[in-house]
Design a protein around this ligand. Structure first.
Ligand SMILES: Cc1cc2nc3c(=O)[nH]c(=O)nc-3n(C[C@H](O)[C@H](O)[C@H](O)COP(=O)(O)OP(=O)(O)OC[C@H]3O[C@@H](n4cnc5c(N)ncnc54)[C@H](O)[C@@H]3O)c2cc1C
Length: 336
């Protein structure tokens, strides 16, 4: 474990916003000795557990105590003819893990290709894209409960995954993810639930599609709509898609004839991008923060923008959407 002081976090968040960590604790290995030394060094819940910084917006100039996992261990815990249990340290880059698994013939993560960030955050956020969510492949998670000072092994069910949600999100910075076990298949079955993927592979037998081809198609789809973090700072989709009752959806439909939505159990999920675009925000800016012209769910940094400017723009969008539709948009990104 290493501890650094007065560390600039500008390179450690995809928005590229400046903030300073008074102390940055870099946790390197999931050993008993390192966990013991973590308990000695971190007496209270840290101000922030940071992964790759791709879903945070810094609004404070200084953050007292930042804890980050930088471990890079991966191993096969178990395998049989059909499945493989792969455990990866929380510090692994999620997209490197996807690539690594495909190269080894371990399948299930392909649709999560090119999501920025770490393995640890992928379970906190229950990341999802193109018809697959982390919860579909997570077997179990090892965490340190920094409040009770103990190590816990949690099953998929115990993580209480939901739409971009998990138990960990409800106790910010209390549970430090150490490693995640993914249950993957040794046979590739493409997941084509997402409409654009169905269209792309329309005339193909599933058995003729390879995981590498799927990954490359997903990367193309992703970067045709979203800003690449190395070119334009952002946190990806800034807002969650709201989920409303069927009755509310029908009522809205009588006022907004084209409002889209799809049923999820007894509720209806409405695309936040449509609501934001309807309110005229697509491509608009406020200060140095702006709405991405190709995808209105994304707020981006037009150059040297502050977290406060991002927050002001996000709040204006939320206000307009609420005034127009009576829907309170929730942010997916987290303000620190
Ligand atoms: C261009 C772009 C595209 C994106 N596309 C998608 C997408 O398609 N789908 C999607 O779901 N998300 C997407 N995101 C959002 C982001 O990639 C995910 O939320 C990702 O999981 C964040 O990972 P991170 O390591 O950067 O976490 P951070 O932003 O550093 O942290 C996110 C949260 O996780 C917590 N956390 C991080 N590491 C740990 C740990 N080891 N233990 C406990 N808590 C931890 C933090 O405290 C924080 O609450 C996108 C972001 C960008 C910039």
């Amino acid at each position: 474990m290493r501890i650094e002081h007065d560390v600039s976090l500008r390179q450690k968040n995809t928005f590229g916003i400046e903030a300073k960590a008074e102390s940055l604790v870099l946790f390197e290995q999931n050993t008993d000795a390192e966990i013991e030394s973590l308990f000695q060094q971190v007496q209270h819940i840290p101000t922030l557990i940071l992964g790759g910084g791709s879903n945070v917006v810094f609004t404070s100039a200084t953050i007292p105590l930042v804890l980050q996992h930088s471990g890079q261990k991966i191993e096969v815990a178990k395998r049989d003819d059909n499945t493989v249990l792969v455990t990866a340290d929380a510090g692994w880059d999620m997209d490197c893990l996807v690539q690594h698994c495909i190269s080894n013939g371990w399948y299930g993560l392909e649709n999560l290709s090119a999501i920025p960030g770490t393995v640890g955050a992928s379970v906190v956020q229950n990341v999802g894209a193109y018809g697959v969510e982390a919860k579909d492949v997570v077997h179990s998670v090892d965490v340190v409960d920094l409040q009770c000072r103990e190590v816990l092994h949690m099953t998929n069910a115990e993580c209480q995954f939901g739409y971009r949600d998990s138990l960990f999100k409800h106790f910010p910075n209390r549970f430090f993810v150490l490693r995640v076990a993914f249950l993957l298949s040794t046979h590739f079955h493409p997941c084509l639930d997402y409409k654009a993927l169905q269209t792309r592979f329309e005339r193909r037998e599933n058995s003729s599609i390879s995981a590498t081809e799927m990954r490359s198609e997903i990367c193309n789809l992703r970067w045709s709509k979203l800003p690449r973090p190395e070119e334009n700072g952002s946190a990806g989709s800034f807002f969650k898609n709201p989920v409303i009752s069927k009755a509310d959806f029908v009522a809205l439909g009588s006022r907004f004839a084209n409002i889209p939505g799809h049923e999820v159990d007894t509720m209806v999920k409405v695309p936040a991008a449509w609501l934001i675009e309807y309110c005229g925000w697509k491509g608009r800016s406020m200060g140095r923060a702006a709405v991405w012209p190709k995808q209105p769910l994304v707020i981006y940094n037009t150059g040297n923008c502050s977290g406060k400017e991002v927050r002001a723009l996000a709040e204006s969008i939320q206000q307009d959407v609420f005034n127009t539709f009576g829907i309170a948009l929730q942010t997916e990104a987290m303000f620190v």
